[in-house]
Design a protein around this ligand. Structure first.
Ligand SMILES: [Fe+2]
Length: 246
């Protein structure tokens, strides 16, 4: 099967996102979009998930989440990294860990400047721009980029979204699978604003399987992960990019 051209793929993705409030992209489609913006050196990019810092702010006491964080400004196809800053979510959006400024380790410079990340940010902004009416289009998007690793062991489940079904409190959310190592479960589900009606469920199973979400229209959550083989390291690596108006 041949992958459709960039314009027709983008049209399909944006129309589904507009229709449903979210869209699941299998890896070949994500790759086709990102290649348009110069995706390369994926192995170097994904290897950086082996060098994250422990998230010290987990209100459930868990030390099973590793992460790095950075913010960027995206103006058309121009991406600029911002000064390192804390991540803040109000408790309206994150009852578990919200309400405080959380300082995470910065994303390493080589990754902040990486062609794969640039391709991801430009694709995200392109999708968001195509779904934003001309009169509301921001001068630039404020992008928050999170590298996450959720670890699981036989005694502790890894919870990708410990706050449960939630919205991020932004405009758009883009989730890219990086790697699943020796884990099962980790099913993403999408719910309507009543938080009860399930609109969809899927598993980001392969590197670069992705989900694009309109944060105003739907809730999202991911089930806990557990090791397949209890004697081996088990983890789920993802990249989350959020966009909001500057
Ligand atoms: Fe989220």
């Amino acid at each position: 099967m041949t992958t459709p051209s960039f314009p027709s793929l983008l049209a399909t993705v944006t129309s589904e996102l507009k229709e449903e409030g979210y869209v699941f992209l299998p890896a070949p489609e994500t790759v086709a979009l990102l290649q348009h913006y110069g995706l390369s050196h994926w192995d170097q990019f994904s290897d950086s998930w082996n060098h994250l810092g422990v998230d010290q702010y987990m209100a459930d006491g868990g030390l099973y989440r590793r992460r790095r964080y950075a913010t960027f400004s995206i103006e058309t196809d121009h991406v600029t990294r911002k000064k390192h800053q804390p991540h803040y979510q109000s408790r309206d959006y994150n009852l578990l860990n919200g309400g405080i400024e959380r300082w995470f380790s910065p994303i390493e410079d080589t990754i902040g400047n990486h062609s794969a990340l640039a391709a991801i940010l430009k694709t995200a902004a392109h999708v968001a721009n195509s779904l934003t009416p001309e009169t509301r289009k921001p001068q630039s998007w404020h992008a928050e980029v999170h590298q996450f690793r959720i670890e699981a062991d036989p005694h502790t489940q890894g919870r990708p979204t410990p706050e449960g079904m939630h919205r991020d409190g932004v405009d758009w959310v883009f989730v890219f699978m990086i790697r699943r190592e020796n884990i099962r479960e980790g099913v993403t589900s999408i719910h309507a604003l009543d938080q009860k009606t399930q609109l969809g469920a899927f598993t980001l199973a392969h590197p670069l399987d992705a989900a694009f979400v309109n944060d105003h229209r739907v809730y999202h959550g991911v089930t806990a992960v557990e090791p397949v083989d209890p004697n081996k390291p088990a983890y789920r690596d993802v990249l989350v990019v959020t966009l909001r108006y500057e």
